[in-house]
Design a binder for this molecule. Structure first.
Ligand code: 6PG
Length: 239
């Protein structure tokens, strides 16, 4: 499946383009909801806010969507670092949606994997095939909570793990490559001039294993799905 790059003028433009696509997905849902795993961090915040505002708030069929989280910090939802907390303030406190919080502070990755296996139809390898996984990218090339040099990069069987991140002196719960790469769509969001260099390096790097170890986002290669990089002009270096 080819890699697609979509460049938006800025974060606001990107948020509206993404919101329009999610609105379309919500209306396509037939016998089961369209399943979306959300990214954390700051980049997707404007998208979540846009989804909570008119016209999307009214136009989206919220019953046609079901939300998960691709990673979470080991903090309770009310903690300022919580990805769930950010998404709840931006979106889920304003709409009626089915949301599966990732309780990383409890440390039970297998329990979250069980929720995914229960709620998401599996592919031929018995891996839940999410309809859409949203990801961000750090300046070090990490994505979700798959950081350079961490054990989570080597996990080839489990779908969700608690990953020790020594560079942040913490543990985080995260999707593994096996789950991410089973998705129908994986969209990587990057915005701002501070992401320009890592985006340039990753988009120009080969697929050699050493590149994936150095920049974990390069391990995101959907086996039977689309990969789209959503960039603003500042991150794309076209501004
Ligand atoms: C997290 C995210 C992480 C994030 C990148 C980019 O829990 O922080 O899942 O992977 O997407 O760190 O973060 P920003 O969007 O804040 O630059």
């Amino acid at each position: 499946m080819p890699r697609i790059i979509v460049t938006s003028a800025d974060v606001e433009d990107m948020a509206h383009r993404l919101a329009r696509r999610i609105q379309q997905f919500s209306r396509q849902a037939q016998d089961r909801p369209f399943t979306i795993a959300l990214a954390g961090g700051n980049t997707p915040k404007r998208l979540y806010e846009v989804l909570s505002e008119g016209p999307y708030r009214e136009e989206i069929q919220w019953g046609g969507l079901e939300f998960f989280f691709g990673d979470e910090r080991s903090v309770p939802p009310e903690h300022p670092d919580s990805n769930y907390g950010m998404a709840h303030r931006a979106l889920f406190s304003k709409v009626q949606a089915v949301v599966h919080r990732m309780p990383a502070e409890l440390g039970d990755a297998d329990a979250y994997e069980a929720v995914l296996r229960e709620r998401v139809a599996a592919d031929s390898q018995e891996v839940p095939k999410l309809d859409l996984v949203l990801l961000g990218i750090g300046k070090d090339g990490h994505t979700a909570s798959l950081f350079p040099g961490t054990a989570g990069l080597q996990e080839s069987s489990r779908l969700v793990v608690m990953n020790d991140v020594p560079q942040l002196n913490t543990r985080r719960m995260t999707f593994t490559y096996r789950l991410i790469n089973a998705a129908q769509r994986v969209w990587i969001l990057a915005a701002g001039a501070d992401k320009r260099e890592i985006v340039r390096r990753c988009l120009s790097a080969g697929l050699e294993p050493e590149h994936r170890a150095q920049w974990p986002v390069l391990g995101v290669r959907p086996s039977n799905g689309e990969l789209v990089w959503w960039l603003d002009q500042a991150a794309a270096g076209t501004q």
